[in-house]
Design a protein around this ligand. Structure first.
Ligand code: HEC
Length: 270
């Protein structure tokens, strides 16, 4: 009997991310709150939502979710960014203004909760689901939500200052003209690359290499190779545990690709 129970426990643990005791930690200054999936599912504002074009699953999905804005509540003004951290070291920096826009005709952010009773399927090509918690958007085009602003397997949301404010070394020089591509590239980098990469030590992501130190890829890759790698890393080199997703035209326009490369080159110069 003991052994059977142990075996059962092991099977439940091995089944992965949908465990009733998974918690989400919300930290805003000294205010730290922890919620289990069950507590979030029991909130009166939990709703069934449709996400027709889910970025991570690549298809239409239905979720039980709570409005992110309501969950966060009132927070100090200087904490203008939501840092959503996943267990694997992926850390998305989401401007709070983007979440607030949902109340004024912009994209609406939800915290989807994986329900142990009806667990979500594994993500395409992965052995785990997007749970326990996953930030999803309705009408993502309205506010231009990027593909890396859908953090899955989220375990913590922390109110922080904006990345350029926290890490001045990632800021392009003030001398650059307002319309310099590298300036726009800084914001593309923050949204699409920083969840996995640091630059010159700026950032908290742990998945990919620092793209500014000791050397910057614009110093050791050809521009052609770098462009090809960002569009589709597998077009340049392959190995079994490769992680970086490709950024096709839908995820990164031609202008955004030019801008992010101009930004990396500018970082190498500064
Ligand atoms: C989901 C995580 C993720 C995102 C988002 C991401 N990368 Fe990566 N990137 C990686 C990882 C991990 C590697 C190491 C190779 C691998 O495992 O794929 C990598 C490798 C690279 C390399 C090769 C560095 C070297 O010296 O080998 C470059 C250049 C690069 N990324 C640029 C970018 C740029 C630019 C963006 C944003 C447009 C970006 N990456 C977005 C995870 C990511």
């Amino acid at each position: 009997m003991r052994q059977a129970l142990l075996l059962l426990a092991l099977i439940v643990l091995a089944a992965g991310p949908t465990r009733a005791d998974d918690t989400l930690t919300l930290t805003f200054g000294d205010n730290v709150r922890r919620f289990t999936a069950a507590e979030l599912l029991a909130r009166p504002d939990a709703s069934d939502i449709e996400v027709p074009d889910d970025v991570s699953y690549g298809r239409a999905m239905r979720y039980r979710a709570v409005p992110l804005l309501a969950l966060i509540g009132e927070v100090p003004k200087d904490l203008d960014t939501l840092e959503a951290s996943a267990a694997d070291g992926f850390v998305s920096q989401i401007p709070r203004a983007l979440v607030e826009k949902g109340a004024n005709g912009g994209s609406t952010a939800w915290l989807a909760i994986d329900d142990a009773q009806q667990p979500w399927p594994p993500l395409p090509g992965k052995d785990a689901s997007a749970g326990p918690f996953y930030i999803v958007w309705q009408h993502p085009a309205r506010s231009g939500i990027g593909s890396e602003q859908w953090p899955y397997q989220t375990v913590a949301i922390t109110g922080v200052e904006s990345p350029a404010h926290r890490w001045p070394q990632m800021r392009v020089s003030d001398d650059l003209p307002a319309n310099a591509p590298a300036r726009h590239g800084q914001s593309v980098f923050t949204t699409q690359c920083m969840p996995c990469h640091r630059i010159k030590g700026a950032g908290v992501a742990e998945l990919g290499p620092d793209l500014g130190q000791p050397m910057n890829p614009t110093q050791y890759m050809t521009e052609e190779g770098l462009r090809a790698l960002i569009r589709n890393p597998k077009a340049v080199r392959t190995w079994p545990n490769q992680i970086m997703p490709g950024f096709d035209e839908k995820k990164l326009s031609a202008a955004d690709l030019d801008a992010v490369i101009a930004y990396l080159a500018q970082m190498a110069r500064q």
